[in-house]
Write a protein that binds this ligand. Structure first.
Ligand code: GSH
Length: 216
């Protein structure tokens, strides 16, 4: 892939035109920060393309994501999507293992467990809660109940610390803390002080602050 293949959208280069990795974001989208945060934690070189809503629905982006969504990453081999899958992939690519315990270890399994748990047991019902809030208050309440159970499980895993794994910060903390923020924002949960303290600590990590600034 050459840079000229990528000029169909507004581009904000991260470093002088050398990166093989591109992240697609859309103005106002909440999930791309997960991917950009992981890249910033690793000091990775990447470029950012910010799509308009119209560009996200255009054939060029539908070829990257079948539903025209973000985040998407693209490298010389092609494009990939799903924020959590992207975070796990980025963590795995890093040879230092800074964000991801070694393959086939209990630590790796726990990272995958919490990342998938957050997406399926908290983010999905949180979105359902939001969608049903007017048409079906009972359905919304049931979804919020599921969210509350998931949030309790996360809090129990934290055991007063600021990482899900006892060994420290991993990709799981990126995904889980961002999903907790989504659930709180849509009114599906009210985080306990312990969970809020975790989310606040995650938000203050320099890499997340840089990621938020890049996407602003
Ligand atoms: N499960 C997907 C959800 C992606 C998603 O819904 N992204 C939003 C922005 S945060 C989007 O592109 N929405 C546009 C649309 O729904 O058409 C992921 O985690 O990547």
């Amino acid at each position: 892939m050459t840079r000229s293949d990528l000029t169909d959208t507004a581009t904000v280069p991260s470093a002088p035109g050398t990166s093989q990795l591109r992240v697609y974001h859309r103005v106002g989208a909440g999930r791309p920060i997960r991917v950009v945060w992981a890249l910033e934690e690793l000091g990775s070189d990447y470029e950012l393309t910010v799509l308009s809503a119209e560009e996200a629905r255009a054939p060029a982006h539908l070829a990257r994501h079948p539903m025209g969504r973000v985040p998407v990453i693209e490298d010389a081999e092609g494009s990939l999507f799903e924020s959590t899958a992207l975070c796990l992939h980025i963590g795995e690519l890093d040879e230092t293992g800074a964000l991801m315990p070694a393959a086939a270890t209990r630590g790796r399994a726990l990272v995958q467990q919490w990342a998938i748990f957050a997406m399926t047991e908290l983010e999905a019902p949180a979105i359902e809660h939001y969608r049903l809030r007017e048409s079906s208050p009972e359905g919304a309440a049931r979804a919020a109940e599921r969210c509350g159970m998931a949030a309790s499980a996360i809090e129990a895993a934290l055991t007063g610390s600021h990482s899900l794994l006892p060994a420290g910060f991993t990709v799981a903390d990126i995904v889980v803390s961002e999903v907790v923020r989504v659930a709180e924002r849509v009114g599906a949960i009210k985080p306990t002080p312990a969970t809020q303290s975790y989310v606040d600590a995650m938000a203050q990590r320099p890499a997340r602050v840089r990621a938020a600034a890049r996407l602003a």
